[in-house]
Write a protein that binds this ligand. Structure first.
Ligand SMILES: Nc1nc2c(ncn2[C@@H]2O[C@H](COP(=O)(O)OP(=O)(O)OP(=O)(O)O)[C@@H](O)[C@H]2O)c(=O)[nH]1
Ligand SMILES: [Mg+2]
Ligand SMILES: [Zn+2]
Length: 335
């Protein structure tokens, strides 16, 4: 069995057909090849498994072992989007010997923002991406603006350009997103069901490295399938009784798209841990506050209860959207 062209990588820990399952096979091999070995090829991590990964190389997926020492960072050993150097074998597999430095990281924190020992460590969701498609549904699950605001902070933190995608437009009228008018963020209205807005979304993705993020059930995998024109990802009904998703996708997966570029479908995030943005700097991640902060009476104004706060005054006068300000306060309060 050769390369697995045109097929998505097998999910979870199941073995691809070209490798017989073996109990001794724990995925580890010795670093017998120097990382600078000329035979090594550049590939992108498409899926991470336990002590193994699938990489994308020359348009095909290769299930790889990972050499000792290939990880740069014990905590975030390898993530989708990592650029690696690997040695392909003739059975559609290979060995990864090195992961390269990351240019961007989509990050969320494992636990609270508090600086307790072990708390608040970064969890890198994907690396080297330049665009995040923040997907929300008009309904099922219920539209919640504060989630979009959190993703926007994550994007800003990771140096990633966001796009807001309101999906399931066949089910309900899209919400008013006027609160984002001051930000330079493209908004697309889609329906993975009817195909509405898919071409517009595609135009924003071609030639880029994009990741779909958003809550479970909003339709990230459905949009991925639409864009690819095939059932690459499994999708499932949203649970009816509470309208929340149930994590159909469990492993992030990378796909090349027609016209160039890549998309990554990710598992929905249900609970929000917080991230490496502390209370003092959170305000910097709300670009529309901008220069107004300079006019606050206190130089270190957090725009909460301080007197003569220019940001609060702008909210009161309607110059700044109150919804965004309330999101800021909620995040500050760690809610
Ligand atoms: N009516 C309608 N249903 C949609 C649309 N997009 C997705 N769905 C449905 O919503 C449900 C969830 O879709 P998924 O694509 O699995 O959602 P997801 O965001 O990938 O969910 P997780 O993998 O759990 O994060 C499925 O029943 C889809 O058929 C849409 O545009 N319109
Ligand atoms: Mg999914
Ligand atoms: Zn202020």
């Amino acid at each position: 069995m050769g390369k697995r062209r045109g097929r998505p990588p097998a999910s979870g820990s199941s073995n691809p057909p070209h490798r017989a399952p073996s109990r001794e096979d724990d995925g580890r091999v010795d670093a017998i090849v120097s990382a600078d070995e000329p035979l090594l090829c550049d590939a992108i991590v498409a899926m991470v498994h336990k002590r193994a990964c699938t990489v994308l190389y020359e348009g095909a997926y290769w299930r790889c072992k990972v050499a000792d020492g290939a990880f740069r960072d014990v905590d975030n050993a390898m993530v989708v989007g990592d650029h690696v150097r690997f040695l392909p074998d003739d059975k559609g597999g290979g060995v990864v010997y090195r992961t390269n430095e990351r240019t961007t990281r989509l990050v969320r924190m494992r636990e609270g923002r508090q600086r307790r020992a072990g708390a608040g460590r970064e969890h890198v969701l994907a690396a080297n991406i330049d665009r995040a498609v923040i997907v929300a549904a008009t309904t099922r699950p219920t539209f919640r603006m504060k989630l979009i605001d959190r993703y926007l902070v994550m994007c800003q933190y990771g140096g990633i350009a966001p796009v807001i995608c309101i999906n399931k437009c066949d089910l309900d009228t899209p919400p008013d997103l006027g609160a984002y008018d001051l930000l330079d963020v493209p908004v697309v209205h889609t329906s993975a069901q009817t195909g509405e807005g898919i071409d517009e979304l595609r135009a924003l993705l071609v030639g880029r490295f994009s990741v779909f993020c958003g809550h479970s059930g909003v339709g990230k995998s459905s949009l991925t399938n639409r864009l690819l024109g095939r059932e690459a990802m499994e999708i499932q009904e949203v649970r009816e009784h509470d309208g929340r998703g149930r994590h159909t996708t469990t492993v992030s997966t990378l796909f090349p798209i027609e016209g160039g570029g890549y998309i990554v479908d990710t598992p929905g995030i249900r609970s929000w841990g917080l991230w490496e943005v502390d209370a003092e700097t959170l305000k910097d991640y709300f670009p529309e506050f901008g220069d107004r902060s300079d006019s606050c009476h206190f130089r270190d104004c957090k725009h909460t209860v301080e007197p003569y706060c220019a940001v609060r005054e702008a909210v009161d006068s309607g110059e700044l959207p109150r919804q965004r300000y309330l999101s800021y306060l909620r995040m500050l309060a760690d809610e």
